[in-house]
Design a protein around this ligand. Structure first.
Ligand code: ADP
Length: 717
């Protein structure tokens, strides 16, 4: 075994140790166990790198310098290792560790003295092998041996009681420790001048670091696998290239004895050229041996279910599914196909992966999916290939050509709502039973989530459609409404014009009849008077009606103006009662005006309009009362003057109360009893009272017991 072997293996050990230490530290810089591990790795790196440099030394002085440096590293190894093991196993041994640190400090202090490493001599193939002083011997016994023995004992004890993953971690640490320390210890006999055995174990330290790395990756020792994934591939690629170059260079010079400078450049270019291939190779190896079987199916499923329950958006759900599968299985590509009900075929909705291996929109073969996707389990394309009917072979060939390895039907209530298609794994491995089982669960889980998302999408689209329809309908309504308004306006104008045209002749008629009845045109007989009286009454009713119509058209066209003045309401009421007295008497009714005891405060009103209100109410009372009496009263109620009109007439039934004050509303069946009247009196009254900031209402009395109407108007202040 030549020197180069030692040089390369120690250099490798150093690089791996540095990388490991750095990764572990990077992962959790604040965790003690990670920090101490980093220091422990650093001590190994100092030792092994100095070891390589020492071997390359050309003269005794520099050889002694590097031999001391490597032994300085060796001095630090046991104490950091001990500290790390104690923290790892959670053992609180502060005094012990402080003792060893102090002891180590002494050795470090003397590491460049003759007591520690005195000189170098040629031993076996080594031209400058260091010889130890008495202090180094003390170090071997007091530190090296005692720490190894102690740690092996506590590790073995821990192994016996440890369980599960932790047990595996301990096992690897124990094996690594034995190999590493056994290897390292092989350097000592030569240092004591015992040259029976070359230190062939020394390079075994690299095995020890690799075992640690494996344990870290495989059994999540200190959980750094993700930090290591990229880094380890990079480091391994670089190390392979560098060590191969060193080896080739060594052999080149050994056999040619040439001293050509351009050789270095050739090596450099070659190194750069081969790097991508080596990197790819290690990536595949890493995926195959370190990472593929790393996922914990339960965790993957739990994490996916967590994510799936966090959203209702189909696009997010597709993304989560492919991401989770890709990160667990290191699949090159994954696509999700969803069944389109209207097109009656599956459509590619989401795709992730390498463009080159793009899963094409392949499921056009209806027969294939109705026959083969009718299962709750993932389908392996390779398996189907063996059994597929001839007519579906083409589809399977397309799948295979596109590197589709697995189809996971998304089944719900016996319907396949979609399919997840997976390409090959990065490692090019087949999908194993564990993968298939997990994918089955993922399929079932995803089917529910996808279905929910699709329903949600459907509802969203439906509500959008609905919104649109409502908008259209609203527009129609607005148009219809404006048309109605126009019509209403036209009607109001018509009524207004017609009423105006009617009012003048009616007033003229009234005047002439009055004059005739008063005898202005000669005496009239009793028979004539009776007839004229009827004409007069009918004319009065017409005037009343026209007045109401006019008021309505004014109110609705917004032309109604109030000419307010402050007057006593009781005078006005008395006036109206007087006016209607003859009508009441003619009907044989008693019309009583209950005069207030004191003079009431004035109200600010439009005389004509309020007169119309009182007239409408008292007129109704007379109209709808066959016998008995009508009682009209005015009184003060707080800040209001209240007028009441009570009769002993037909009363109002409950059902009529609802729209009593509405336009054209008449009591149920009233048109049979009282043909005259069009249901405007109460409407006009209410509008007038509202304009005067008052209230109007009727009391609910049962039919036949008469009715009571009230209105109030605020007192003028
Ligand atoms: P009209 O009297 O022209 O029908 P109104 O608006 O004055 O219209 O009255 C609406 C309806 O209210 C009447 O048709 C009638 O059924 C009912 N009504 C009004 N006043 C009384 C009352 N004093 N007694 C019984 N019913 C009444």
């Amino acid at each position: 075994m030549g020197l180069s072997f030692y040089i390369i293996s120690h250099f490798l050990t150093g690089a791996i140790a540095l990388f490991l230490g750095w990764s572990v530290f990077k992962k959790h810089p604040k965790r003690l166990v990670n920090r101490i591990f980093a220091l422990s790795a650093l001590s190994i790196a100092i030792w092994s790198v100095s070891y390589s440099v020492w071997l390359m030394a050309g003269d005794p002085t520099s050889a002694l310098f590097w031999a001391r440096a490597l032994n300085l590293g060796a001095t630090l190894i046991p104490v950091f290792y001990l500290h790390w093991i104690l923290v790892l196993l959670n053992k609180n041994k502060n005094k012990l560790i402080v003792f060893y640190y102090l002891l180590t400090a002494i050795f470090v202090l003397f590491s460049y003295s003759d007591y520690y490493i005195s000189h170098t001599i040629p031993v076996l193939i080594f031209p400058y092998w260091p010889q130890m002083g008495w202090l180094y011997l003390v170090f071997i016994f007091s530190c090296w041996i005692s720490i190894i023995v102690y740690c092996l004992v506590i590790l073995t004890k821990e192994l016996q009681r440890a369980e599960g993953n932790y047990r595996k971690q301990i096992k690897y640490v124990l094996i690594g420790s034995i190999i590493g320390f056994a290897g390292g210890s092989m350097n000592f006999p030569l240092m004591l001048g015992i040259d029976i055995l070359p230190p062939i174990g020394s390079p075994l330290i690299v095995v020890y670091t690799i075992i640690f790395s494996y344990s870290m990756v495989k059994h999540r020792l200190m959980d750094i696998r993700f930090v290591m994934r990229q880094g380890s591939v990079l480091a391994a690629s670089l190390l392979t290239i560098i060590s191969s170059i060193l080896l080739i260079k060594y052999l080149f010079f050994k056999f040619t004895a040439a001293q050509v400078e351009w050789v270095d450049y050739v090596f450099l270019i070659c190194g750069i050229l081969v790097y991508p291939y080596i990197n790819k190779y290690y990536y595949r190896v890493a995926n195959k041996y370190f990472f593929t079987s790393l996922y914990d199916a339960r965790k993957v499923i739990a994490s996916l279910s967590d994510k799936l329950s966090s959203t209702l958006l189909a696009s997010d759900i597709y993304q989560y599914i492919t991401d989770e599968i890709i990160s667990a299985l290191h699949v090159k590509s994954a696509g999700i196909f969803i069944f389109n009900k209207s097109l009656r075929r599956y459509e590619l909705k989401h795709y992730k992966g390498n463009e080159k291996n793009k899963i094409k929109d392949f499921i056009k073969d209806k027969g294939f999916y109705t026959n083969y996707l009718k299962t709750n389990n993932p389908i392996e394309v390779e398996e189907v290939k063996k059994t597929v009917y001839v007519k579906y072979r083409k589809t399977v060939d397309i799948l295979a050509a596109n590197n589709v390895k697995i189809l996971i039907p998304l089944r719900l209530k016996n319907k396949t709502i979609g399919v997840i298609a997976l390409g090959e794994k990065e490692s090019k491995d087949d999908y194993n039973d564990q993968d298939i089982a997990m994918l089955g669960v993922i399929g079932a889980q995803s089917a529910i989530a996808v279905n929910n998302a699709l329903s949600y999408e459907e509802i969203k689209n439906f509500s959008k459609k609905l919104e649109h329809e409502v908008d259209v309908a609203t527009e129609d309504l607005i148009r219809a409404n404006s048309k109605l308004r126009q019509l209403d306006q036209a009607k109001s104008e018509f009524v207004s014009i017609a009423s105006h045209q009617l009012r003048t002749p009616l007033t003229v008629i009234k005047g002439y009849i009055s004059m005739i009845m008063e005898g202005s045109y000669g005496k009239i007989s009793e028979l004539q008077r009776e007839s004229l009286d009827k004409v007069y009454q009918s004319n009065e009713r017409l005037i009343h009606l026209v007045e109401n119509l006019l008021n309505i058209s004014r109110i609705e066209s917004g032309r109604l103006q109030l000419n307010k003045e402050v007057i006593g309401l009781e005078l006005m009421v008395e006036d109206v009662v007087d006016e209607l007295m003859i009508r009441a008497k003619d009907k044989g009714l008693e019309l009583i005006y209950k005069k207030p005891k004191n003079k009431l405060p004035g109200v600010n009103i439009d005389r004509e309009k309020i007169r119309q209100v009182i007239l409408n109410l008292v007129d109704n009372a007379i109209k709808y009362t066959e016998k008995g009496r009508v009682e009209v009263g005015v009184e003060q109620k707080g800040n209001y003057i209240q007028c009441s009109i009570k009769d002993t007439g037909i009363g109002i039934i409950k059902a009529d109360f609802l729209d009593l004050f509405d336009k054209f509303s008449r009591g149920t069946g009233i048109e049979l009893v009282h043909t005259e009247g069009i249901g405007l009196g109460l409407y006009v009254a209410r509008r007038m009272i509202i304009l005067h900031k008052g209230k109007i209402w009727a009391k609910n009395k049962s039919k036949g017991k008469g009715s009571e109407f009230y209105f109030t108007i605020p007192i003028f202040k």
